[in-house]
Design a protein around this ligand. Structure first.
Ligand SMILES: Nc1ncnc2c1ncn2[C@@H]1O[C@H](COP(=O)(O)OP(=O)(O)O)[C@@H](O)[C@H]1O
Ligand SMILES: [Mg+2]
Length: 596
């Protein structure tokens, strides 16, 4: 079954790819290597402390108890044991602090890096990558990288050290008993291999089902109005039950896989103890080992099994982290396709669209074909045409939110592709149909356009579009909080904030995608006035829906099916009797012409 949720697209990597990903992670983590090495040194100390415990115990038994009478040996052993425990504890604590510091520092820099990189991408990137998926990259994938860097590495090193130290200590205590204990190792290794395979499959299955469950849940909530309108609740409930059932089954299955394994390892541990004690007893009667040595080896072997279990679980962590990392790297490797060019755009000039064709990255069909228009310096051009004709797309191309697939767009003779992004964003400003408002005050929202603008600059921008009075009437004036997405402002007021942003930049070319939403008559007037003052003295391209806007344009371009089908003044186009004149007739019949 294939998941549709963002979380479930767990593509497994083969060993070679996983290695590459890990190597790259190591390179990225280089700035933190000193902290990591210090943490690992503390790990070594605390592991050594853990392994020395049984050794001291055996030594105390063989030298302080079985040959009775020497209380000095026991006392020394107890003191040494206590000191060792404290040192091991302090070392373990230090190790956790350091590894967390390194890990969190690494995550912080990674998040910033990915976020910066995403922000640099063109709109085409966001057409290809859904925002939900990008958020998942920034959260769950970054988290799983943190898991790998912090706990993965630490567990790996401490498990390896523990196994190594314990085996060396056991061999030094009694090589015969160590070999006897090792007899169960093939069983454990075989079981671990199988566990890795099974649990990995079970883990992927759980992740997939979580993704399914989430997307069912999300659809059920987001679509609740439609669901209720058509009384589809039972169907939704059935779907949700089903996906919950699958999630439950996969969880139960994954638990079954691991309990089976842990039980087996436990049993193998008991078996090893029995073998060591049995053979140890026989060796003891022959005088080859002492009681304390047997106890030391038994305790050391008991310590061995946990790290072996950890190592096999770690395999899963590494697998899923590598998959997550691979996706993050995929983002980091995406070069922004709207790149900075070398040339400054001139202060003014004509905007020339030359034989432009365009298709969106996600689709095959051409949205624009062979469009050529020259917009003279200071000219006001209105773009009209049916919905889906490509007007908004052409407007976006003119501001280089996308690059054309064919042809070129130049301003003052400079290809937009060769322009510096700084000069481009200064010369050409696009006001979208729905301006996005961020949390913060009205003034903050205008300042999006120019970060260093003072309050006076913001007021001047509002004043320039004749909207200052409107915002001064708010309880805190321009310092009023807009609330989430500007819910406090009306549609018209939000539009005014958008226009003030543009006024703050004071661009040579203004590209407007006129809002179609119905503004209330009071706001409509003030928005229209604001538009008028903003357009004065600038080259303006406006995707127009209102007859009043169209009539005030110098020229009108009619877009249909991605082509420029008519271009001329209102009078020319009306007398030509083509598509525009039909449109104008329809308008004249349906709308009262403002001011007429
Ligand atoms: N981000 C996008 N990705 C893919 N196709 C798009 C995207 N935006 C618009 N389109 C398609 O491009 C065509 C033109 O859209 P648009 O320029 O918005 O038309 P208009 O503004 O004239 O209504 C439509 O068929 C639309 O479905
Ligand atoms: Mg549009």
């Amino acid at each position: 079954m294939h998941g549709m949720g963002a979380i479930s697209d767990e593509d497994k990597l083969d060993a070679e790819e996983a290695k590459k990903v890990l190597r790259r992670t190591a390179t990225m983590a280089r700035p933190f290597r000193k902290t990591v090495f210090a943490a690992l040194a503390f790990t070594a100390v605390s592991t050594l402390g853990v392994v020395l415990g049984p050794v001291i115990l055996g030594w105390a038994i063989d030298n302080g108890i079985t040959p009775p009478g020497d209380s000095g040996v026991l006392r020394n052993a107890v003191i040494f044991y206590m000191v060792l425990t404290v040192v091991a504890y302090l070392a373990a604590r230090q190790q956790y602090i350091l590894i967390n510091r390194a890990g969190e520092g690494f995550l912080r820099s990674l998040r910033i890096r990915v976020f910066d990189h995403i922000q640099k991408q063109s709109l085409a990137f966001f057409d290809r990558n859904k925002s939900g998926v990008l958020v998942a990259r920034m959260t769950s994938d970054v988290e799983s990288m943190g898991e790998l860097v912090q706990f993965g590495l630490l567990q790996f090193v401490s498990a390896i050290l523990l196994v190594g130290f314990a085996l060396v200590a056991a061999l030094l205590t009694s090589w015969q008993l160590t070999l006897v204990g090792m007899l169960v190792m093939p069983v454990i290794i075989g079981a671990s291999r199988k566990f890795q395979r099974d649990s990995n499959a079970a883990y992927l299955d759980v992740r997939e089902n979580i993704g399914q469950n989430l997307s069912t849940l999300q659809e059920g909530i987001a679509g609740v109005r439609v669901i209720q309108a058509y009384a589809r609740e039972p169907e939704q409930q059935r779907r949700f039950r089903l996906s919950n059932r699958q999630l439950y089954d996969s969880h139960v299955h994954s638990v079954r896989v691991s309990t089976w394994y842990f039980g087996l390892v436990e049993t193998a541990g008991v078996l090893a103890t029995a073998l060591i004690v049995g053979v140890g007893g026989w060796l003891y009667t022959n005088g080859d080992v002492e009681i304390g040595q047997i106890i030391t080896v038994v305790l050391l072997f008991a310590q061995l099994f946990e790290p072996v279990q950890q190592l096999s679980q770690l395999y899963n962590t590494v697998q899923s982290s590598a998959a997550a990392l691979n996706k993050l790297f995929g983002i980091l490797d995406t070069e922004p396709d709207v790149q900075d060019g070398p040339n400054e755009l001139p202060a003014n000039g004509a905007l020339v669209v030359d034989a432009v064709g365009f298709r969106y990255p996600a689709t095959d069909a051409a949205v624009l074909s062979d469009v050529s228009i020259t917009v003279a310096d200071g000219e006001r051009l209105a773009l009209v045409g049916p919905t889906g004709a490509g007007k908004s797309t052409l407007a976006k191309l003119m501001a280089r939110l996308y690059d054309p697939t064919d042809g070129t767009i130049t301003f003052g003779g400079v290809d937009l592709r060769d322009a510096t992004l700084a000069s481009l964003r200064h010369r050409v400003v696009v006001v979208p149909q729905e301006g996005f408002l961020f949390g913060g005050t009205i003034a903050d929202n205008v300042r999006i356009a120019r970060f260093d603008a003072t309050d006076d600059d913001v007021r001047a921008a509002f004043d320039a579009i004749g909207a200052l009075e409107r915002f001064d009437e708010f309880p805190d004036g321009i310092h009023t909080e807009v609330r989430e997405r500007g819910s406090r402002l009306s549609a018209g007021e939000r539009q005014l904030v958008s226009l003030a942003r543009a006024a703050l930049v004071d661009p040579a070319v203004l590209v407007l995608d006129e809002a179609t939403s119905n503004l209330d008559p009071g706001t409509e007037f003030i928005v229209e006035r604001a538009l008028d003052s903003l357009m004065t003295g600038r080259t303006t391209i406006v995707v127009a829906h209102r007859l009043s806007t169209i009539q005030r344009a110098d020229r009108i371009g009619v877009i249909d099916g991605g082509r420029l089908v008519e271009l001329g003044t209102h009078t020319e186009l009306v007398s030509a009797g083509g598509r525009y004149s039909a449109l104008a007739d329809a308008w004249a019949k349906s709308q009262p012409v403002p001011g007429a």
